[in-house]
Ligand binder design. Structure first.
Ligand code: FAD
Ligand code: EGO
Length: 471
């Protein structure tokens, strides 16, 4: 036990459990405030590890994530190591590629390497003199009354550590969260979706990217979806999403090729038939889970952030971004309440739960929407309509994807606004339809048409519509 004199003057000890993306970033946030930060990570230090296993090779970093990095002075460095994606590139079944910009010029998302980002964040956390990194420390259990944590090491030995605040950043299967589950009035839900994902690498061709690099490549095929994000080594990481059931139906190399021939024929020469057949069977498809819970804190001793608080399905590219934004929101509340955990923690739950639940719902909505309706034609059409409406009414209609990806509009506000916009659009459509019928009938009665003129003006209209395509 510490002496009471030093206890009064010392900075509080914050234990960050989990040294993944959110944990490492959070360590920086708490260290910057001057806390004694101890980070505990179950794996070895990935900066020294030879093989890094883990989920997804690259990620889409957008505005919310960047803002969080900016708070700890890392934005520039990370952005410099990312590849900007200014538009989606929609791949049709016939191999046609259609670029659709995200919105204004300068609005782009970044493809970043997960392992590299994690390493940079750990290194940044370590540069603060008041952080201590503890790798090979797997949280086994902790006591919600005393705050005493028990860690197991690889050699089987155990270590007990106490902290003033435990920050659970230990991912979707959080060990910190287990204590929450034993408490009354804790809401919890978890849902596995029927889809799994598999990552495939598309190598460079003659030392160059096999496809245009500055795009998020998407092959929307309803229930089968594939995306590809560029890497600095000029490869693309393709992620194939499909129901486990269908993954299991493909058991031979020939069946792999047959499947790709049917749904993603343009990628076979780019990935290479041999590589494709090999990589497909290298790892089984991975599961995706959505987790929601409430509250995010226990008393003034523990708080959950990142996937530990809200694992979302990856169909909005927001999981890490939301987790990074958690750190900013917590930091802002720390300012408001003078770092008084008794006030900060409940306020954090109050403010953040509605937003994290909103992004979890949106990501799930995108999943359901895409697998049900979205082929390449529908994708292109929908995004054109979004862009056109936004172009003519930039203040009134802001595409949901834009609000989520390029602003820090609170997620739940973005959803509300989206519902409101849809009402406006539907009223507008109804009014135009009624107006067109009434006005059209009136004009037809007043001046019986000359059929040639009608065709000419229809042509003009068409030209205008086509011109809109290049907005
Ligand atoms: P994690 O990254 O899971 O880190 C948790 C850490 O805690 C790990 O290092 C783990 O070893 C450690 N740990 C676990 N248990 C313990 C324990 N008991 N004791 C100590 N340490 C422990 N997000 C985006 O924003 N954009 C994207 O494009 C995107 N694409 C994705 C694609 C896929 C296929 C998937 C699956 C996810 C994607 N995400 C994306 C989501 C993103 O990966 C997560 O939201 C993000 O990794 C969450 O970070 P985290 O630090 O909370 O959790
Ligand atoms: C109609 C058309 C309804 C992740 C299009 C909904 C997601 C959804 C997984 C993309 C972009 C970053 C992503 C858009 C829609 C990442 C993303 C989108 C995928 C899959 C992804 C878009 C990694 C859905 N952003 N997005 O608007 O470009 O629209 F295709 Cl499977």
């Amino acid at each position: 036990m510490e002496r009471s004199a030093s206890r009064q003057s010392r900075k509080k000890v914050v234990a960050v459990v989990g040294g993944g993306l959110v944990g490492a970033l959070n360590a920086c946030f708490f260290a910057k405030r001057g806390f004694d930060v101890e980070l505990f990570e179950s794996r070895e230090d990935i900066r020294r590890a030879k093989i890094v296993k883990g989920r997804s090779i690259n990620l889409a970093l957008s505005h919310r994530g960047r803002q969080a990095l900016k708070h700890v002075g890392l934005e520039e460095k990370i952005v410099a190591q990312g590849i900007p994606m200014h538009a989606r590139m929609i791949h049709s079944l016939d191999g046609k590629q259609s670029p659709i910009p995200y919105g204004r010029k300068g609005q782009y998302i970044l493809s970043v390497d997960r392992a590299n980002l994690n390493k940079e964040l750990l290194t940044a956390a370590e540069t603060y003199p008041n952080t201590k990194m503890n790798f090979d420390h797997k949280l086994q259990d902790w006591n919600a009354e005393t705050g005493l944590m028990t860690f197991v090491r690889l050699d089987g030995s155990k270590e007990q550590v106490k902290a003033d605040l435990i920050v659970g950043c230990d991912g979707a299967f959080s060990a910190v969260r287990k204590q929450f589950l034993r408490r009354s009035r804790f809401d919890y839900s978890q849902t596995y979706i029927p889809h799994g994902y598999m990552e495939l690498t598309m190598p460079p061709i003659n030392g160059e990217f096999a496809m245009k690099p500055n795009y998020l490549h998407i092959w929307p095929r309803n229930t089968f979806m594939m995306i590809a994000l560029p890497n600095l080594d000029k490869t693309f990481t393709c992620t194939l999403f499909m129901p486990f059931e269908d993954f299991e139906k493909i058991t031979t190399g020939d069946e792999v090729i047959e499947f790709f021939q049917k749904y993603f024929p343009d990628t076979i020469p780019l990935i290479g038939a041999d590589t494709l057949q090999r990589d497909y069977f290298r790892l089984p498809a991975q599961a995706m889970v959505s987790v929601k819970c409430n509250p995010y804190h226990i008393g003034d001793t523990c708080v959950l952030m990142g996937d530990a608080a809200h694992a979302v399905v990856p169909f909005y590219g927001q999981g890490m971004n939301a987790g990074f934004e958690d750190c900013i929101v917590f930091d802002e509340i720390m300012d408001q309440f003078n770092e008084d955990f008794r006030a900060v923690l409940p306020e954090y739950t109050r403010v953040r739960v509605p937003d994290d639940h909103a992004i979890a719902d949106l990501a799930m909505y995108n999943y359901i929407e895409m697998r049900a309706h979205v082929n390449s034609k529908w994708f292109i059409f929908r995004k054109y309509v979004d862009n056109i409406l936004h172009f003519f009414m930039p203040k009134t209609i802001i595409p949901l994807y834009t609000m989520v990806t390029f602003t820090r509009t609170r997620y739940h506000e973005a959803v509300k606004r989206w519902h409101w916009q849809n009402k406006v659009i539907n009223r507008g459509l109804l009014l135009s339809a009624v107006g067109a019928v009434l006005g059209g009938s009136y004009l037809l009665i007043k001046n019986p048409p000359d059929i040639n003129k009608l065709i000419v003006s229809a042509e003009k209209m068409w030209d205008r519509l086509v011109a809109l395509r290049t907005l």
